[in-house]
Design a protein around this ligand. Sequence first.
Ligand SMILES: O=c1ccn([C@@H]2O[C@H](COP(=O)(O)OP(=O)(O)O[C@H]3O[C@H](CO)[C@@H](O)[C@H](O)[C@H]3O)[C@@H](O)[C@H]2O)c(=O)[nH]1
Ligand SMILES: O=C(O)[C@H](O)COP(=O)(O)O
Length: 315
Amino acid sequence: MRPVHQHGEWSEAQLLGAKAGQRVSVVIPARDEQDSVGDVVARVREEWVERHPLVDEVIVIDSDSKDATAERARSAGALVFAAAEVRPDVGAAQGKGEALWKALHVVTGDLLVFLDADLLDWGPHFVPGLLGPLLTDPQVRLVKAVYDRPMVDDGGRQAEAGGRVTELVARPLIALHWPYLSDLVQPLSGEWAIRRSTFERLSVPMGYGVEIAAVVDVAERHGADAIAQVDLGRRTHRHHRHDTLGPMAVQVLAAAEVRLGWRSPGRRDDHVTLVQYDRTPTGFVRHERHPNIGERPPAWSVEGYRNETGEDLRQ
Ligand SMILES: O=c1ccn([C@@H]2O[C@H](COP(=O)(O)OP(=O)(O)O[C@H]3O[C@H](CO)[C@@H](O)[C@H](O)[C@H]3O)[C@@H](O)[C@H]2O)c(=O)[nH]1
Ligand SMILES: O=C(O)[C@H](O)COP(=O)(O)O
């Protein structure tokens, strides 16, 4: 079994020393997260920008929010970019993966730490925990967060274990097709860290397929040992309603099918139709949802992409 590191394994001094000349970017994708994004930004900045110089920039990628996400993030001290306005020449699409891919075009970091913006019960220790393996082991390219993830209802009561898409889609896919990744405790955790030089070479699903794609692609290219995992304790977040988990599952499945060679990576406008039903007094009403299953090509292959050294990486 792959070891599970503890977030407190590395001292601040050790991490700061290992950071040496490298730059670290914390990237927070956010769609309509006005209630929580400010707290995530402020606590990371306070601890890891102001108190200890571990993080060089905290960036929020505003993913088509209709609420005050951008304003709240900015006033908490983040650099805010609207996903649709980054590289407008390559077009815009909706989705978390799209936000992370667009981030590659604006970050200056060598090491990228991704945090979800809907975190409720979490702590700034997430950041050094995720950076520990990247800073101390050159073989590691991707670090996944591990945590307890209880399902918490609106009254704050804990019901059952959360991670419904993880349990019903990701783990079964891994069991069937990539059993050597079964030792990943939270394959879909939204908190992960990766070397920029690795992420910029991956094809990135625009939606929620980004996590399953990253773990499979990194393992297949660099070996399963290039992925580390770190126990961060406990994390709660805003839960989806059951009817929005279906589109998420479609995106995870589609990303897996691409990696199995069953479908080609879709383009920007590649949507599937997911049909759901509601019972009404007059019968069933059909609803359609159209999750995007497109993928962005590796950022380094996109004309005009520059890495932090200003070098043109296209081959
Ligand atoms: O179009 C979108 C949708 C979501 N988000 C942000 O992405 C993060 C995660 O989205 P969320 O809807 O909260 O996902 P979860 O229900 O938390 O899903 C889990 O599983 C997903 C599938 O692997 C991962 O992408 C998530 O990070 C992980 O937390 C949040 O900050 C969102 O605001 C965007 O930026 N753009
Ligand atoms: O990662 C998952 O499986 C989805 O985010 C659903 O999580 P939840 O069941 O805790 O809401």
